[in-house]
Write a protein that binds this ligand. Sequence first.
Ligand code: BEZ
Length: 390
Amino acid sequence: MKTSGMFRNCLAVLATLLLPAATLAAEDGKLKVGFMLPYSGTYASLGHAITNGFKQHVDELGGKMGGRTVEYVSIDDESEPAKATENANKLIKRDKVDVIIGTVHSGVALAMTRVARETNTLLINPNAGADEITGALCAPNIFRVSFSAWQPSYAMGNVMLERKHKNVVTLTWKYSFGEQSVAAFKEAFEKGGGKVVKEMTLPFPNTEFQPYLTEIAALKPDAVFVFFSGAGAVKFVKDYVGAGLKTNIPLYGPGFLTDGTLEAMGDAGNGLLTTLHYADGLDNAKDKSFRNRYAITHKMQPDVFAVQGYDAAQLLAAGVEAVKGDIARRAELVKAMEEAKIASPRGNFSLSKAHNPIQDIYLRKVENRENKVIGIVSKALADPARGCKM
Ligand code: BEZ
């Protein structure tokens, strides 16, 4: 009896020793999520909203994915591209995260994407829109749940044509996302016969807008197209109104201008038309429950960035659940993520072959501090994924 009991124990120990490390981790280990997001600077509110949204979905799952308790480490990336490679490496090599969630600023995201590709780290991008991320830099381990720069701004080009604008001035921060947003807008607008008469840029995150507003007043275009977001967007819209331009020269842009910024903007935002993959007043049950829970927890309404954080967690859960927590089964995990149908507060979406959402783009109008949905301007819009070889 005694000998057979010992034999059984030995077999059990041997079996444990022979199990692959990843299987052990799947049974006992926590799932380590590394947030690399801006928690300071002009995009700080965006980083916090993404974190809140992500955690909201994890809480709905009882704090677990695929049977593993989710734990978090975070780095404030300060929207600083020069620190991005080092910060991403800290999460991967020092903190040994299983997945990185990040980030907001495209310059930072491009560097992170390169690190993730080199180290084969799973990366879910919850915001940054640089086209290359799901274009030339696309890879099996790189996913985006937000948008490409091309999507909302191309849609806006068509909206401004329909509104009979002919000559337009553009203004943005001079970095990849701003410049690609203007290029996408211009692509649609000039294809339809419009003309971009002047492209103006200022360094990120400068908010000294006065010289540009003076030039716009002198040029007298039919309309202005801009990309700004976060605290910079609040200052820009207030300055545009303060300069007396809003009544004569209508202002448009992708919806980052007015998402998460309307409380701080006050009445200055009233009437602005923007295009985005989310809006206030969408008639779907998922959005209602998402917003109710968010409002109760955070005493404020969610914005598009919170939605993207929430959907990053939904996408990760789709993969981790499929492999029952054993994320070393990478090919199966990736396949499940690629095939996921995400029931998002924005409306249902799936991913393109390049891992970017195929989604509706809404036209929204600011009324009573909300981005009221007016309609869908581009149904199931897919990014062209230029340069993606996957
Ligand atoms: C970007 O840099 O990709 C970005 C930043 C804020 C809002 C939207 C996009």
